[in-house]
Every structure is written in C-alpha cells, then in structure tokens.
Design a protein around this ligand. Sequence first.
Ligand code: CMC
Length: 435
Amino acid sequence: MSSSTVTGNVTLSEGNDDNTLSLPLIAGTVGPSVIDVRKLYADTGHFTYDPGFTSTASCDSAITYIDGDKGILMHRGYKIEELAEKSDFMEVCYLLLKGELPNQAQKDKFTHDITYHTMLHEQLTQFYRGFRRDAHPMAVMVGVVGALSAFYHDSTDITDPTQRMIASYRLIAKMPTIAAMAYKYSVGQPFIYPSNELSYAENFLHMTFSVPAERYKLSPVIARAMDRIFILHADHEQNASTSTVRLAGSSGANPFACIAAGIACLWGPAHGGANEAVLNMLNQIGSVDRVQEFIAKAKDKNDPFRLMGFGHRVYKNYDPRAKVMQQTCYEVLDELGIKDEPMLKLAMELEKIALNDEYFIEKKLFPNVDFYSGIILQALGFPTSMFTVLFALARTVGWVAQWNEMMEDPSQKIGRPRQLYTGYTERPFVDISKR
Ligand code: CMC
C-alpha cells in the first residue's frame, strides 16, 4: 500500500507580510508530513538548503517506517522485533520486495528460486585472483558486485520488470557466495560452492567456514542467529547507502552497478563500517578500568574520538535492532560455551556508563545496531574486516527493494541536488607567468 494526500498548505513569509508563499503539505500514512517544495525554485528563484538531508524527504516509499523518537522500526507495517522473532530472512526478503508476507507456497517458490541462483559464473573466480590477498573484503565486494553487470547482460535492461526482478533475485542469491569467496580468498583457502540443501544462512556459514577436507558443523542456534542478523540489517529506509543506490539508479544505471555504489557508501565508519570500528574501539580500550577515560575522550569537543556503535541520525531512543542483537549475542555466546567474554563485559560496562552520562542523555545517544553485532560476529569466527561485508550482504535486499520501488514510480526523475555557491564570482584569467 502506498498513499499520500495533500492535507493543506504552509505559509512562509519573508520580511514583511506582503511577501508570503503558500506551499502544499503532504501527509503519508504515518510519521511527519512533508512540505512540497518541488515548485519552489520555479516560483521564487530560491533553493532549500539542507546539507546532510536532516529535514529532507528524498522520495516517498511504502517499504520501511522508522519513528526515531519512539525507537520503532517496521517493514511493510510489521515491527522488526516480531519479524526477528517469528519470521526468517527469506520471508523478510519476500516481504520487502513484494509488499506482503508470503503464504507457504509463495515462500517455497521464492526460497527455491533464490537457492537456485546462488552459483556464480565460473569465470568470476578468475576475477578474484586479480586482487591482492590482503585486500579489504569490502574493496573486493565493490569490484566483484560491479563486475556482475559484465556477466549477466540478460538482466540489465532496467525498463523490463522481469529483468529487474531476475537481477534482484540474482543479487540476493549471489551475495553470500561473493562474500564467502572474498573471505576464502583473503585466508588462502579454496572457494566452497553453495549447497542447495541448506538454508540461506546455513549456506553462507558453510561457504565461509567449510574446507574441502572438513565440512563445517552447522549448529541450528548459530544458523538462526546468522539469519536474525540478516533480518536486522535487511532495510533501513533512506539511509546513506540506500540513498546512494537510488541516486545511482535514478540515472538509469544497471542494478549491479547501483548495488556496487551502495556497497561503497556502506563501507564508511559512520555507516556500515561502524561494527568493525566498535570492535577496534573495544580492543583499543582494552579493559573495564579504561572506560571512563574513553567516555571523556568521546565528550571532549577537541578530540575527534566518538563512541562507535553509539548515536544515530534517526534514533533518538534505543535502536530496536540493538535490543534484539544484544539478546542474540547472549544466545550465541552461550551456544559456543563462551563464558565471561571480556569484550562483552567491556561493552556492557561502556553501555552502562554512557547511558547514565549527562552528555549522552542530553544528546540522546543510545547504542545502535552495530554495538553488539561485532561481538557476535567475532565469536562466530569472522575477522573484523568481514563485518561490514555481512552488513552489505543483508542490506542487499533492502537496496534492491528500494531500487525496484523507485523504478516502478512513474514520477521518478534523475536525482540532481543543487547547491549554495560560495566560491569566487567571475574574475579574469591570469597568465601562468603572472601567477
Ligand atoms: N560519540 C560521541 N559523541 C557523539 C556520537 C558518538 N558516537 N555521535 C554523535 N555525537 C555527538 C556529536 O559530537 C554532536 O555533538 P554536538 O551537537 O555537540 O556537535 C551530536 O552528538 C550530534 O551528532 P551528529 O554527528 O551531528 O549526528 P549525526 O546524526 O550527523 O550522526 C552518526 C549520526 C551515526 C554518524 C553519529 O552518531 C556517529 O558518528 N556515531 C558513531 C558511528 C556509528 O555508530 N555509526 C553507526 C550508525 S547505525 C548503523 C547504520 O545505520 O549504518
């Protein structure tokens, strides 16, 4: 369901009341309404100014809703906590892509179709060998996912809805294979092919941790935790990487190129790279008795240090994903028989102190999804450099769902922001001999 209605106007006045401007107000189904400024420049010669898009809705969307003040995240109307508890990643993928939860037959067909697209074109294995062994796996992901458009020409016609859906399935299906191969290449082990009898999460664990000499023993608790981690990262409204995918797609670029752009954006430590940064930070802090020192650093305006895994552009309350992640963390450590994990102790102490500190309370800085995910992923055996790769793998469905929604929107235009120019005004060219 997608619906928006014009509910009235807002009137802006400039200087004196003779100079007023009335702009339409549009309401969605829930959440803040928006002031429609599309005709503002044509009517007034003014742009709006909003670096970082803190007050700007870049599109309308019926996929994901966030209420950052209340700490609510819903996909297609279903709360993330319920999806994490009662659903699985394949169902969530279907929900994001198609708008409704699948019935059993639809789920079976979807799972089958995804499972039967997990293999990569064999020639792509040559592509991996061109990278240095010590390359960051996110660098490999950007390259390999971008290169998919060179291998799957039959799903790059973006005007054809069937090709768009095939490309979407391919991306969701092949991402675990690509990610596991990036890992295998970095540790010098042979690539492991997907196995169709396994679930999506099991298959990823198998391709990552099996070796030809010994198959990885799958634990249902671990596979369920992996699946839940994928659910928690599946989509998150118009975040930086999703907006990047939409912006890239708005020019008519093919979906593989658009998702590669999303992966590049996700890599940064302010976004998907934060889970890797959390673990690096915990290692840097080292012990509980140094927590106060680092809290002080985070509060010091002259120190660029930030508590990684804390704060969010939208959530001014507990990130609902962080609560599920914390629970999953306990389950995983318990299953693995890891007692008194020092990183977890450190993280809990840090969380406790930060949640009671005036600075963090006043700025509404709460733990976000990345705060606990790193501890789980490390316990599962993933190196820190793979953390953001897992985020990219899980977020792929959100990216393709948002990209499809945009492509189906008849009012879609190329994204082309304007600027407030602050450079030189016109000046005469100076010959090189006189500079
Ligand atoms: N530690 C210390 N101070 C912080 C932190 C932090 N983690 N986050 C924000 N602040 C302060 C910041 O210094 C600023 O203070 P002041 O108003 O005095 O200048 C105020 O809080 C607002 O911060 P901001 O940078 O203007 O807020 P933003 O909405 O632009 O940034 C953020 C959001 C997530 C980039 C930021 O909170 C951050 O850098 N957090 C750490 C990185 C992190 O955990 N990122 C993962 C986000 S969740 C996963 C995802 O969606 O990708």
